[in-house]
Design a protein around this ligand. Structure first.
Ligand code: NAD
Ligand code: GLY
Length: 359
């Protein structure tokens, strides 16, 4: 079992990664310690993994709440059903919430834990690649508002993250590729070696070779843990983790939420960020091509759908990184070196949208 640490002083926690962890008796005992547990999951994952997870927890009262599958359930109304369950079961401040699922379940369960009785403990058991390499680590929790994604949320770190990489064998291909987009992101923003490794090993990864899957979950979590430890609440460096997101969120918003998976949108978004970086003289054109080729090999889109450039720009200006009306972008100086900036000629962005991408 790989055991990484997210170093956050008193809020530090381990990320446990390995094959068969959902069957490793006792692995969660020290974190739960006999306390009341509420498992939060969805109907699909309940069929797949609820039984082994329940068997893993001994000496505790276990209740569960099974949410409808999908991003559409990441709402304040669904959150209220979790609170209703906690009231019904008379769970007190010493209870532990346990998120079994992808980023949707993890984000909503984490926010329930952040706000129930002003904050209780929670554990992440991520089951998608995206959740294992990104959303389960770092304590961002949220639900959506009709006005935008993740607008209602809190920073609330888990007690531990338990990533059983065997759960990735039941993941649909499209979801696997969406998770791989986040792995490419880590290579682009800070680890050229990881990017080169992905260029070499993409075929084995898509075949879900166990060692390769564990390698990318481990390396991604190491990078994310380091960034989060340095900047827990995104005052600076953590914004780098948003590479491709300003363009990607605009794609998700303009295409209609649910049409594009988040990872697909940020893959195309990273290609746009790379093209823009080259346009303002930061990045070599050859590297833009390398990035596109890798995404194509991972079965990910490299261009946005057809969208009116004005609408696209308006959607970009809703990004959470906007400051004083300026769209701050994460751009690339090279593969493995990214920076956040609003210091670019704004007409270049308008030109990029109208000329190069939006036909
Ligand atoms: P998801 O949670 O909707 O899961 C995708 C689909 O895969 C769902 O249908 C789910 O039921 C299914 N699934 C999950 N695990 C499975 C398994 N092992 N086998 C078979 N099917 C499985 O989507 P996601 O991509 O995991 O997460 C996306 C969400 O994460 C978004 O809401 C996004 O905003 C959020 N997110 C949060 C952060 C963060 O830092 N908190 C970071 C990135 C994304
Ligand atoms: N997924 C971006 C972050 O956790 O900051």
């Amino acid at each position: 079992m790989i055991n990484l640490n997210v170093a956050l002083g008193q809020r530090s926690y381990p990320i446990l990664i390995g094959s068969g962890l959902l069957h490793r008796q006792g692995v969660l005992d020290t974190f739960i310690n006999g306390r009341d547990v509420l498992i939060v999951t969805n109907d699909h994952l309940a069929m797949l993994y609820l039984e082994p997870l329940q068997k893993l927890i001994t000496g505790s009262r276990i209740e569960k709440i099974i949410l409808p599958d999908g991003e559409a359930s990441k709402t304040p109304d669904t959150l209220m059903t979790i609170f209703d369950a906690l009231v019904e079961y008379r769970y007190a401040r010493d209870c532990v919430l346990l998120a079994l699922g992808g980023g949707v379940v993890g984000d909503i369960c984490g926010f329930a834990a952040a706000s129930w009785q002003r904050g209780v403990d929670f554990i992440q058991v991520p089951t998608t690649l995206l959740a294992q390499v990104d959303s389960s680590v770092g304590g961002k929790t949220a639900v959506n508002h009709p006005g935008g994604k993740n607008l209602i949320g809190a920073f609330h770190q888990p007690l531990c993250v338990l990533s059983d990489t065997d759960t990735l064998y039941t993941l649909p291909d499209r979801e696997l590729s969406a998770g791989l987009a986040e792995v490419v992101k880590y290579g682009l923003l800070g680890d050229a070696e990881l990017f080169e490794w992905l260029e070499r090993e993409h075929a084995g990864l898509l075949k879900r070779d166990a060692e390769r899957l564990q390698h990318i979950v481990r390396r991604s979590c190491e990078i994310k843990a380091q960034v989060v430890a340095a900047d827990e609440q995104e005052r600076g460096q953590r914004a780098l983790l948003n590479l491709g997101h300003t363009f990607g969120h605009a794609i998700e918003r303009c295409a209609g939420y649910g049409e594009w998976l988040h990872g697909e949108a940020i893959a195309a978004g990273m290609c746009m960020a790379a093209a823009f970086s080259a346009r303002i003289g930061w990045l070599d054109a050859a590297d833009v091509e390398r990035i596109k080729v890798l995404f194509i090999r991972l079965n990910l889109p490299v261009e946005p759908p057809q969208i009116d450039p004005g609408k696209f720009l308006a959607a970009m200006s809703l990004d959470k990184k906007v400051m004083a009306g300026e769209i701050r972008l994460v751009l690339l100086r090279s593969i493995g070196d990214a920076a956040v900036t609003a210091d670019y000629p704004s007409h270049e962005l308008v030109d990029l949208l109208s000329e190069q991408f939006i036909h």
